[in-house]
Design a protein around this ligand. Structure first.
Ligand code: NAD
Ligand code: WQD
Length: 343
């Protein structure tokens, strides 16, 4: 298949691009590089030994999309392009709705114009908002979101359902990721957030590296076994494989699936496992709860197993080991190597 990945230069998209190339699909990437580096794609090509097509452009621009869809036939789209910072979305909601919703509308229009019928969308467990039931299954309530980022994912899912109602020949699957973590085991692909990390693992790695003195632990009085927040971390390679399975099972209609492991870990369990894996110590700074956080966010991944034949196979130790390898080998993220050196 010719698969277009919007946002394919990003953290998750680059891992999906690699998995697709390894399965002999042709990969086309459209990315405006607002939060990524083209070096990720160079590394994907080196790891796979295959070429892909890269278009630098923006999903909000009709001309950019038309150029990509006219350049070669597209059989399916994996739509990853989006902004993802919860904090930033609270400060700049219009930017988030513009990018994540208006960009998606432009993509849907272009797909219709070019008669492309298959789409996989990067959604998020954030659509469940404050969980009313744990573990979260696909028929749990959505929409009770707590920030513009989450609302944008919820609204896009809703729009996609309505578009499929109007065009039943479309096959759209939304994948609700829980907490993506880890990196490619080669240490060549991974996540490198700019500035002060918001998420637990990037922050923890910077403390372990000596870049920051302490890991803030946001709340130790939750109703969890050790009082700290529990999350369902999922290895980015498991996520990538989930997309391949979703692609293989696409059929007309709108569907959504959780991509998680179903296993939760607390902040303190993560720190403990990381110290074992890395041999580094992570000094902690106990802080009050972070506004907007929930005690536990955990998936029931049963539906993806049943209908897509997919389940996560990697555990927390793999996620931490692989992400730490990436982090130690690429402390500055994607940086051009001197001429002649290996990537
Ligand atoms: P990322 O920022 O690394 O990747 C997103 C990519 O989209 C980047 O390469 C960015 O340059 C590109 N992009 C953004 N706006 C664009 C636009 N208007 N036009 C073209 N390209 C654009 O993030 P990621 O972690 O790889 O996330 C990928 C997707 O998965 C996002 O939609 C995100 O909301 C979703 N998601 C991520 C997480 C997570 O915790 N990482 C969890 C759930 C869902
Ligand atoms: C995990 C746990 C924190 C940082 C976010 C988004 C969500 C999704 C994934 C995209 C919590 C605690 C964190 C720190 C800490 N993204 N923590 N110290 O909040 O579950 O999910 O990323 O869709 O939408 O909200 O992930 O990694 O920020 O936090 O104690 O420095 O770690 O309180 O319990 P979260 P996280």
């Amino acid at each position: 298949m010719n698969v277009l990945i919007t946002g394919g230069a990003g953290y998750i998209g680059s891992h999906i691009a690699l998995s697709l190339l390894q399965k002999n699909h042709r990969v086309i990437v459209l990315d405006n590089l607002c939060n990524s580096s083209p070096l990720a794609l160079t590394r994907v090509e080196a790891l796979s030994g295959k070429k892909m097509t890269f278009h630098q452009g923006d999903i909000r621009r009709r001309a950019d999309l038309n150029l990509v869809f006219s350049h070669q036939p597209i059989d399916a789209v994996i739509h990853m392009a989006g902004l993802k910072s919860v904090n930033e979305s609270l400060q700049k909601p219009v930017k988030y709705y513009q990018n994540n919703i208006a960009g998606t509308l432009m993509l849907l229009e272009t797909m219709k114009q070019h008669q492309v019928k298959k789409l996989i969308f990067s959604s998020s467990a954030t659509v469940y908002g404050i969980p009313v039931k744990i573990p979260l299954c696909e028929n749990c309530d959505t929409g009770n979101t707590t920030n513009p980022y989450g609302a944008s994912k919820y609204m896009v899912e809703k729009i996609m359902g309505e578009v499929v109602d109007a065009q039943p020949e479309l096959a759209i699957t939304a994948l609700r990721y829980f907490n993506p973590a880890g990196a490619h085991p080669s240490g060549q692909l991974g996540e490198h957030p700019e500035g002060i990390p918001n998420n637990l693992l990037p922050y923890l790695f910077q403390v372990a590296n000596g870049l920051r003195s302490h890991l803030p632990v946001f709340g130790d009085d939750y109703a969890t076994p050790d009082g700290t927040g529990v999350r369902d971390y999922i290895h980015v390679m498991d996520l990538a494989e989930g997309h391949i399975q979703a692609l293989n099972h696409l059929k007309p209609g709108y569907r959504h699936y959780n991509l998680g492991t179903g296993q939760g870990y607390s902040v303190l369990e993560i720190v403990q496992m990381f110290e074992q894996v890395s041999g580094r110590r992570v000094p902690l700074d106990m802080r009050p709860r972070r506004p907007g956080d929930v005690a536990i966010c955990l998936s029931d991944p049963g539906q993806a197993k049943k209908e897509l034949g997919w389940q996560a196979t990697r555990g927390l130790e793999d996620m931490l080991r692989d992400a730490w390898r990436w982090h130690t080998q690429n402390p500055q993220g994607y940086v051009a190597q001197p001429a002649g050196s290996e990537i």
